[in-house]
Design a protein around this ligand. Sequence first.
Ligand SMILES: Nc1ncnc2c1ncn2[C@@H]1O[C@H](COP(=O)(O)OP(=O)(O)O)[C@@H](O)[C@H]1O
Ligand SMILES: [Mg+2]
Length: 317
Amino acid sequence: MPMIEVADLRKDYGSFRALDGVSFTLDRGEILGFLGPNGAGKTTTMKILTGFLYPTSGRATVAGHDVMENSVEVRRRIGYLPEHTPLYDDMTVSEYLHTCGRLRGMAGSRLAERKQAVIGLTALGAKARAPIHTLSKGYRQRVGLAQALLHEPEIIILDEPTVGLDPNQVVDVRAIMREVGRDRTVILCSHILSEVEAVCARVIIINDGRIVADGATADLARQHAGAPLYRVQVEGSLAALTAALQQLPGASQPVLAQAGGSNYCIEVSIAGAPVDAAAAIMAAVNSVGLRLVALEPRHATLEDVFRKLTRPTEHAA
Ligand SMILES: Nc1ncnc2c1ncn2[C@@H]1O[C@H](COP(=O)(O)OP(=O)(O)O)[C@@H](O)[C@H]1O
Ligand SMILES: [Mg+2]
């Protein structure tokens, strides 16, 4: 039985359809990156999974329990770090975690042990007696993580956990996420590609309320790459180079990758990936009298895939 099963979820906010047929399954122990631009529907999906929001239609189960019919069982199994963590500013870290534990029905030595454990895991020991309002954003996020882990949930859902953190804090929080993911099922929602690539073995890309890609992080770039991209570097006029490349049959819109002095590097692909693509590009450059400095195929990255699948202009047509 999959740990999480989501089938044809739809969510309408009034007349606006935020989710439009979202389906996926997640097995125990998987670390999933739920990736999409702002407004794609990530938070909405997570709120449905955690029982905070009802879908308009469709079904979601967690460990076999329906999120609407059996939300108590579902919440017992999920630790949730929401996008905006509501923390009680006047409490100390220790008091806050105690309160969270009590709300989860924990008490006595079990609560004390679990508090100790999550404070250790999130390296909050030095701040345990500090009032929450005195903490930096990085420490507040750790408190949110500690809260999510308190009841030893099998599944952890983290919604944009590093937004607003400085680079050092990001590294710290990612290290905690990796540690947490060693023996749990994790969903990490993010619009930050490098974060998903660094932490997740599998990625789902969501855009406009629909899943547009789902697969192993390492395979996705290859699967969706399409024709290879060529980096063409020349010395001379950018306008001449752009015009020359646009003459090529099947050429994509050339994209400027780098510029320095009269040296320009452009990326272009040729539809259908003809075997003579490189020769055709070379000939086009020569035909306008530019000096070719370098020409090399560039392997597609997850960023290329993300941009290709989620760029608003691509959907306008
Ligand atoms: N309570 C709400 N009422 C109306 N529209 C909403 C509400 N919550 C979210 N939306 C809209 O639904 C879409 C998806 O939002 P959300 O799930 O928060 O996306 P993400 O987390 O991927 O940024 C967005 O267009 C957002 O503006
Ligand atoms: Mg969100």
